[in-house]
Design a protein around this ligand. Structure first.
Ligand code: T4K
Length: 394
């Protein structure tokens, strides 16, 4: 549907008319805690002359996060992708590892980067998370593990995936990049599988500018990951393990401590936004807001809508174009799925044949803006654009 039709509905002059929003509204706008508190922490870093390499502020953040999640070890890292790579290597994964295609590309790249083949299994279309039966179907003699993803912060089917892993002697870990603070059956995400990996990227509900962590209850695994994060060093001049540079700088940890204090407010703002969207989008034919189970303490950092689209996703793409024309920069995360991106598209050109639900969902999903900087009026305007677009396309 032409964007002009939508803009007519808003009574906007078509030629040169301003969009509904003067400034772009972004998905992933950072949530920022108290500025003064951060500046004080920054001064503490400068005064201390200790900028990185397992400094005191990183150690404080690790303790705070471990307590927050109720997990024994938190190993802070420079970002979630490196944390994934280190966790994968520390667990000794080799050969093939089963992952969803319907996730951010880092889940697959963290394997491929280390010469391990990501094998894509399909999802349950109702939850967008790995389907344990699909995982079972992808196991081969080369499979060494499974990486579940708690997509959008909705817990993966942890017990069922653990059962598959146990049945086949596979290691199980989780990419919990979206699930900071969420729970599964009353327990905070972070304690499941052999370990879980968090992202603290700027766009996440809790950020450290860039950053991430591996969390685990396993003492030996934690020790190995700590070594790997710092080139394998123990003390001065003594390397006892292969490793890389995965360290989090002090200034990032300072941001983390300030943002951790503000986290309840961020989640509350996201929850309020989500409920405002739910009311404002209600009854739009062909558009469904993905729900969250309040019993899992969602952080509501992603507002995910599914658009009834044909196999080509045209109606979803029209909605995205209409919103972009109004300066609402919605995203098509994670279209077209990892299997549709390079190098996987060339390595496994027929993977999509076994990923029916992932392919269908990739053509239906759009992510709407949320976060502390979004107002109720903004959400109502965004919903009005959606309503106009969907009724025109009906
Ligand atoms: N596993 C999963 C399931 C993940 O989703 C991710 C990351 C990872 C692993 C890896 O964790 P990290 O290594 O990233 O810690 C963004 C993020 O870069 C990425 O962290 C995140 N997932 C992914 C879902 O989203 P892009 O390519 O969409 O980023 P970009 O630059 O387009 O920014 C997204 C939006 O945020 C834009 O609308 C602009 C806005 N933004 C961004 C930044 C950085 C701001 O307003 N301010 C900012 O400072 O990947």
């Amino acid at each position: 549907m032409p964007i002009k039709v939508i803009r007519d509905k808003f009574d906007l002059a078509i030629n040169g008319a301003p969009p509904a929003f003067a400034e772009p509204l972004h998905v992933g706008r950072p949530n920022l805690g108290n500025h003064e508190a951060f500046l004080q922490r920054a001064a503490q870093v400068l005064d201390s002359k200790w900028l990185t390499n397992n400094g005191p502020i990183v150690q404080e953040l690790e303790r705070r996060i471990a307590d927050h999640l109720g997990v024994k070890h938190c190993i802070a890292m420079c970002n979630g992708t490196v944390a994934l790579e280190i966790a994968i290597r520390a667990l000794g994964l080799t050969g093939e590892v089963i992952v969803p295609s319907w996730t951010f590309i880092a889940t697959a790249h963290a394997l491929h980067w280390q010469g391990i083949t990501p094998v894509f299994a399909d999802i349950d279309p109702a939850t967008h998370n790995l389907d344990p039966d699909a995982v079972r179907r992808m196991i081969t003699p080369r499979t060494s593990g499974i990486i579940g993803v708690h997509l959008w912060g909705r817990p993966a089917p942890i017990d069922a995936l653990q059962a598959v892993a146990d049945e086949h002697g596979l290691k199980l870990m989780f990419d919990a990049a979206h699930a900071f603070g969420c729970t599964y059956r009353g327990q905070t995400i972070g304690r499941f599988g052999a370990c879980e990996v968090l992202s603290f990227h700027a766009t996440k509900v809790f950020n450290t500018f860039e950053g991430g962590a591996a969390v685990t209850d396993d003492d030996d695994l934690a020790e190995t990951m700590r070594l790997m994060r710092n080139f394998g060093f123990v003390g001065y001049d003594n390397v006892i393990h292969p490793g890389t540079n995965g360290k989090m700088p002090e200034i990032n940890a300072a941001m983390g401590l300030v943002n951790l204090d503000a986290l309840p407010g961020f989640v509350e703002a996201n929850r309020h936004n989500y409920e405002t969207y739910a009311a404002a989008l209600a009854g739009i034919d062909g558009l469904r807001l993905l729900d969250y189970d309040p019993a899992t303490n969602p952080n509501y950092q992603y507002v995910v809508v599914e658009v009834d689209s044909g196999r080509d996703g045209k109606r979803r793409d029209d909605l995205v174009a209409a919103l972009h024309a109004e300066n609402v920069l919605v995203r098509k995360y994670f279209w077209p799925g990892c299997h549709g991106m390079l190098p996987y598209r060339e390595l496994f050109p027929h993977a999509g044949l076994l990923l029916e639900h992932s392919v269908a969902i990739a053509n239906r999903v759009a992510i709407l803006p949320t976060g502390v900087s979004l107002g109720t009026d903004d959400i109502e305007t965004i919903a009005a654009v959606c309503r106009a677009c969907m009724s025109d396309g009906a």
